[in-house]
Design a protein around this ligand. Structure first.
Ligand code: S5P
Length: 270
């Protein structure tokens, strides 16, 4: 059976990566395929908004390096609070770091520096451009945390105008990830990626989502939840400004949660 026809609940029992099984189980339990992208710069505003939106989402996406921290301690305080919110509201944390260097360098970037991403983010992402050493480097750091589940998304296709991804690049990215099924949970792409054999499962997450199609004047291109989940077979919608800039972000998040979930249910039924 095509993976796009299987329920999240069914897939949560068989996904080859532990973090993939956990994410799919959360999606099924909360009836949410919504990932909120909290692209704000104030730590307290971010945490307050996540506390409000937590019940509606399966995943919270951060850009830790756009946040204004005053001291190193305030970074730890932030990531500790974020982890508590994740436990309390039952969501996972996705740091949108977009690693793009050789294996040796990304190991340092993932493990160390001031952000110590591997210590708090369940999922992060990487470009395929350096070749599979980037996956090997990140996976080795993830294995330094045997007590916690960690996973990676490979960027195979971007939402922005003129992106070099998609097509053959996406196919090569998928091929590269195949040997790392216990760590590569899935892909960032604009729709379902070429699905393959037994035992494989790719969670596909799609940014560039709003309730109405359009753009932002800087190359971002928006499609609707129905376009990406219903028509193109993506699994998770990633929404930033569509929710965080709304007058009532909680009410808006509920609209996106419902739109994403209904598109998924229609896909299963058709
Ligand atoms: O192809 C991509 C990949 C990502 S991760 N296009 C994207 O827009 N993103 C991220 O998704 C981007 O960095 C931003 O954090 C979010 C989209 O935000 P929005 O405000 O346009 O919904």
């Amino acid at each position: 059976m095509s993976q796009t026809k299987k329920s999240y609940s069914e897939r949560s029992k068989t996904h080859p990566a532990a973090i993939g099984r956990r994410l799919l189980a959360i999606m099924a339990a909360k009836q949410s395929n919504l990932c909120i992208s909290v692209d704000l710069t104030s730590p307290s505003q971010i945490l307050a908004l996540i506390d409000e939106l937590g019940p509606k989402v399966c995943l919270v996406k951060t850009h830790i390096d756009i946040i204004t921290f005053t001291t190193p301690d305030s970074i730890t305080a932030f990531t500790t609070s974020l982890q508590s919110l994740a436990t309390h509201h039952n969501f996972l944390i996705f740091e949108d770091r977009k690693f793009a260097d050789i294996g040796s360098t990304v190991q340092h970037q993932y493990r160390g520096g001031i952000y110590r991403i591997a210590s708090w983010a369940h999922i992060t992402n990487a470009h395929a451009i350096p070749g599979e050493g980037i996956i090997q480097g990140l996976r080795a750091v993830a294995h330094e945390h045997p007590d916690v589940d960690r996973g990676l998304l490979m960027l195979g296709e971007m939402s922005s105008k003129g992106s070099l991804g998609g097509g053959e690049y996406l196919a090569k990215t998928v091929a590269m990830a195949r040997g790392y099924a216990d760590f590569v949970v899935g892909f960032i792409a604009q729709g379902a990626v070429e699905r393959a054999g037994e035992g494989e499962d790719f969670v596909v997450m799609t940014p560039g989502v709003k309730l109405e199609r359009g753009g932002d004047g800087l190359g971002q291109q928006y499609n609707t939840p129905d376009d990406v989940v219903g028509e193109r077979g993506s699994d998770v919608i990633i929404v930033g400004r569509g929710i965080i800039k709304a007058q009532d972000p909680v009410e808006e998040a509920e609209k996106y949660r419902r739109a994403g979930w209904e598109a998924y249910e229609r896909r299963l039924a058709n």
